[in-house]
Design a protein around this ligand. Structure first.
Ligand code: SAM
Length: 181
């Protein structure tokens, strides 16, 4: 299944959300693939981690998923120095991104963080929720291949919105005007 989502899921800056992540079977595989692109650079590792999100309604599953993901990173960095600031950043990202929520009935209550790398070894943090994410897809159109030219053309050249036709004056008003002369 992960192969079907390649090459995107291996890119460290591409976001992935597992809507019922359980104890993280997919999350650890996705993380492992992204880590291969980091050359063990710790900033890149944090970027990779920050772009993996998981939601579940079972708290024990969430905790297990976080621990497994952390261990994947630590195994990957085996023998390397892991400063306390790096470990704390990793914990904070995992706590925020692998989060409690009901994806069927409670999506609006799920708050997430969009971690935007600032290019200087830090991040800009933007509060995100599902309403924001769904808004990003407002302009997205789905089409089959046959209708693709038509749909693409409409997206590039939206049909002109003509002003509404003026409404004919009501008969009563016309009669009233007539009596004035
Ligand atoms: C069969 S497990 C699959 C876990 C993971 N996706 C995997 O493939 O290993 C199903 C998971 O869905 C979670 N789940 C069930 N209903 C959910 C809901 N409405 N919102 C979020 N998670 C839910 C359960 O807690 C459970 O962890």
């Amino acid at each position: 299944m992960c192969d079907l989502c390649e090459p995107l899921i291996s890119e460290i800056d591409k976001k992935v959300l597992e809507p019922s992540c359980g104890n993280g079977n997919f999350l650890v595989e996705i993380l492992d693939r992204k880590l291969q692109k980091t050359k063990k650079n710790k900033y890149k590792i944090l970027i990779a981690l920050s772009n993996i999100y998981g939601v579940d309604i079972a708290q024990d599953n969430l905790e297990e998923a976080r621990v497994r993901m952390k261990n994947i990173v630590l195994d990957f960095l085996a023998g390397e120095e892991t400063p306390a600031s790096f470990l704390m950043a990793m914990d904070a990202i995992l706590k925020a991104n692998i989060c409690y929520g009901n994806m069927l009935t409670g999506r609006k209550k799920i708050n997430l963080i969009n971690w935007i790398p600032d290019g200087n070894g830090g991040f800009e943090l933007e509060k995100w929720n599902f309403a924001d994410i769904e808004k990003l897809r407002e302009g997205v159109k789905q089409t089959n291949v046959e209708d693709l030219p038509k749909v693409a053309n409409e997206l590039l050249h939206p049909p002109l919105k003509l002003p509404d036709k003026p409404k004919p004056k009501s008969k009563k008003k016309v009669e009233k005007q007539a009596t004035l002369f």
